[in-house]
Design a binder for this molecule. Structure first.
Ligand code: URA
Length: 422
């Protein structure tokens, strides 16, 4: 077997054989297939796709490239959630302890932000002392003690995906349904969760810009999970507008704690509860009541235990950026658009995100949103507050926001769409 024949098969619209797939994933993981060869193959897949049979084999080969975790010794059923990535998507933070408070074990392997989308680990690292890197034994201990754990995937889990994802990120091959589905599902299946709820984001701030593509991605991932014995369901949810009232690391932790305290923005609470119900259902805990666990403080207790178990101080003040800049409404009327991509890009330019995997992020950087689509606004009223430690970046953030907010005449008919689309 050689890399060039595999590349040629896909370049010429052929179907990769199981042997070709197994060989190329294994050889790439071992370093025998070079990055430039894998990048050429990834582009051929990006352009010509893979059928479901190829995707299933590709996923199985990525799982087989590393270790598999096993949570079968835990006394509770396991449930996990994965979002395909969005702007202001802090849902994992309140969701994991909430579902734990309802009786499931939540082993939540999460990632860092890249580009305009935020990352759960970056958000949690704004809590003083909190650690993302845990050994498998530590992860199991925290799951037993706190019911949920949010941490980075260890190096042994789907190493083929680790290499391939980093390569796709710098070769323009991220937004491919076969590659996204196999990347996400190889990690989730190797992680060993019994059930999985996928939050597939749709809209300007998501990888999938339209419903048809999102449906295809969701169906592909559900089939992969089901074939590997993981009870898997997917929700399609809106990412045309950022979630909640904050975008940025410490800002989003603050908002998540508000949700756990029984408050917080309506859309964040609605999506947290919708995903919690799906996770509890998939875990066989249909009688649990997540709304009550938010209201009675038990979700907050689990959050505090989880944060403390990972070295964090749940009572420590969160970092605040050195500079703030207010963006005001230029007209009076109804806010009809607050574009998720524009806000995500602006937050990234302010320092909330990174350009390369090794770059640091600013804990306090980000954007507060003072109005949501459908709200009446008056010329001069604050619409957004930009937060940053690097004020020289503010003009670039303002550039990103150009056209991202639309104020229409006050009598314009406008109804905000639902958070859960399907
Ligand atoms: N998240 C992943 O883990 N992989 C992708 O390809 C895209 C989003």
């Amino acid at each position: 077997m050689d890399a060039i024949s595999v590349i040629r098969t896909k370049r010429d619209h052929g179907e990769l054989t199981p042997d070709q797939i197994d060989w190329v994933i294994d050889a790439y993981t071992r370093g025998e297939v070079a990055h430039e060869q894998m990048s050429s193959l990834a582009m051929a897949i990006f352009l010509n796709g893979m059928n479901r049979k190829e995707i299933a084999r590709w996923t199985a080969a990525m799982i087989a490239s590393g270790e598999r975790m096993d949570f079968s010794g835990l006394p509770r059923p396991t449930a996990d959630k994965h979002s395909t990535g969005g702007v202001g998507d802090k849902i994992t933070l309140p969701l994991a302890p909430l579902v734990a408070a309802c009786g499931a074990a939540v082993p939540q392997l999460s990632g860092r932000g890249l580009g305009h989308t935020g990352g759960t680990l970056d958000k949690l690292e704004s809590i003083p002392g909190w650690r993302a890197q845990l050994s498998n034994d530590e992860m199991l201990d925290i799951l037993r003690e706190a019911g949920s754990v949010i941490c980075a995937a260890g190096d042994g889990l789907a190493p083929a995906d680790k290499k391939l994802y980093a390569l796709r990120d710098v070769t323009g091959t991220v937004e491919s349904i076969p590659l996204i589905a196999s990347s996400i599902m190889s990690k989730k299946i190797a992680e060993g969760t019994g059930s999985l709820v996928l939050d597939v984001k749709v809209g300007s701030g998501a990888f999938m810009k339209n419903l048809d593509d999102a449906r295809e991605l969701a169906a592909t991932m559900v089939e992969l999970g089901t074939d590997h014995g993981v009870r898997t369901v997917a929700l399609l949810t809106d990412m045309a507008t950022p979630l909640g009232r904050t975008v940025g690391n410490a800002l989003e932790v603050r908002e998540s704690v508000e949700v756990l305290a029984g408050g917080g923005p309506e859309d964040v609470v609605e999506l947290t509860l919708a995903l919690a119900r799906e996770m509890l259902d998939a875990a066989g805990l249909q009688d649990a009541d997540p709304a009550r666990a938010l209201a009675d403080g038990s979700a907050m207790d689990h959050w505090r235990r989880m944060i403390a178990a990972q070295g964090g101080d749940p009572d420590a003040p969160l970092p605040v950026a050195r500079e703030q800049h207010t963006v005001t409404a230029t007209a009076t009327g109804t806010l009809t658009a607050l574009d998720a991509y524009a806000v995500g890009l602006a937050a990234w330019r302010l320092g909330a995100g990174r350009a390369r995997k090794e770059d640091p992020v600013q804990a306090g950087a980000g954007i507060e949103l003072h109005a949501r689509p459908g709200d009446r606004v008056t010329a001069g009223q604050p619409l957004l507050t930009l937060h940053t430690d690097t004020p020289e970046k503010i003009p670039y953030a303002l550039d990103a926001l150009t056209g991202g907010t639309v104020v229409a005449p006050a009598d314009t008919a406008f109804t905000a769409g639902p958070v859960v689309l399907e």
